[in-house]
Design a protein around this ligand. Structure first.
Ligand code: BEZ
Length: 210
């Protein structure tokens, strides 16, 4: 069954490069980025894992744990990890799930049979501390993902959880945000006493709340 935004992210126990792992317990009170890779020893995946290892301090700053998945055993992951460190200049610094029996891939719908019935697509799931699914992305095997974009979405999700605002197209930290449509002008005056710029009655912009 497809996972929809707002659903509880399924729990599982599976082997990983850091030993057997129970997903919800491992996640604890953090946000999580769970992302799948088609297979070990593949070129695009190798660059992606190096890129995430490099960005790990940025995920840490946002209270986000990252965890990869590939449908090969932990022994294979351990060999591949050496290549990742050697070629990308950044060693794996987060767990890589060894989903040899595709238990997690099936649970999260990471196998799209009309693309490949053996390899996972490049899925990304952002899960909040309440274990609710907040974002899902699916990329084809041939396209490496942009992990800065994931940080941007996480910044938006964390901001919009704290304030009744949404973020416009291409928004980045520090730029103006939008008062959500469900807030009436009357309530907006109380929430944002500094006022707003209304480009249309429904398009009310304010500086990013701190
Ligand atoms: C890769 O990770 O390089 C890859 C995997 C499957 C198909 C195409 C590319």
């Amino acid at each position: 069954m497809a996972l929809n935004l707002g659903d509880t992210a399924p729990d599982f126990t599976q082997d990983s490069t850091e030993g057997p792992l129970s997903f919800h317990a491992w996640a604890g009170d953090s946000w999580v980025v769970l992302f799948s890779h088609p297979k070990d020893f593949t070129p695009v995946c190798t660059t992606e894992l190096g890129a995430v290892a490099k960005l790990k301090p940025e995920f840490d700053k946002r209270n986000v744990k990252v965890i990869g998945l590939s449908v090969d055993p932990a022994t294979s992951h351990a060999e591949w990890a050496k290549d990742i460190a050697d070629t990308q200049g950044h060693a794996l610094n987060f767990p890589l799930i060894a989903d040899h029996d595709r238990k997690v891939a099936d649970l999260y719908g990471m196998i799209h049979p009309n693309a490949s019935d053996t390899l996972t697509v490049r899925s990304v799931f952002v899960i909040d501390p309440a274990k609710k699914l907040r974002l899902s992305l699916t990329y084809p095997a041939s396209t490496g993902r942009n992990f800065d974009e994931l940080l941007r979405v996480i910044d938006s999700l964390q901001l919009t959880d704290r304030h009744k605002v949404a973020t416009p197209a291409d928004w980045k930290q520090g730029e103006d945000v939008i008062i959500v449509p469900s807030v009436s002008d009357e309530d907006a005056r109380k929430l944002f006493p500094q006022g707003w710029k209304a480009e249309r009655p429904y398009l009310r912009k304010i500086a990013q709340p701190s």
